[in-house]
Design a protein. Sequence first.
Length: 202
Amino acid sequence: MPHDPSKMSVWTGYFDSKLSRSAGRRVPKEASVPNPSLEAVAWAAKAVGISKMKRDTDASHPSRPHLGEGRLVLSTQDALSATSSESKEGVMQSIGLRLHSQTKEAKEQEQVEAALAKKRRDAEQAAEAALEAVVGKGKIRADSISYNAAIAACANDGQWRVAVALLREMIDEHRRHKQHQHQRSDHAVAATAAPAVGSAAR
């Protein structure tokens, strides 16, 4: 098939940091990422301003037919203009640098989210341990003061799920306490009435 100078083929392998230059990588290490997908390369191309492109998802590079990596077919004029480049190498480097920075930012964001998730889990475990100390083992009297202190601590740390659970537990504990008081009152009344009934019978 004759070369069409109006079109520019950009293969995903060009940006694969796991490939050596001789194996097909076409950009520097700082403009490459491990195992780039066609969608990621297309996103990076759009991010640098390239608008005229076509995805060829089933294509395989002749020197890497087993990979089935796919390629982007760009408008040469649009790609050169968008990246202010004078050659295909410049276009690829612009795409690769954007791809590399985006991948790095996504990885850093994942690390931040993982750290926040761990902090939330640790705080929930601490709050649950405090709840167990309050009502589970009976080491601390389960009254409104201890509950409110635990609820406030959880709320201040953003642990609203645990705070709500504590509030529900406090309400349930209050109901159990009231029920217990009524039962004791009923027993007291019954105990007082029993001798009176016995005397009347005599």
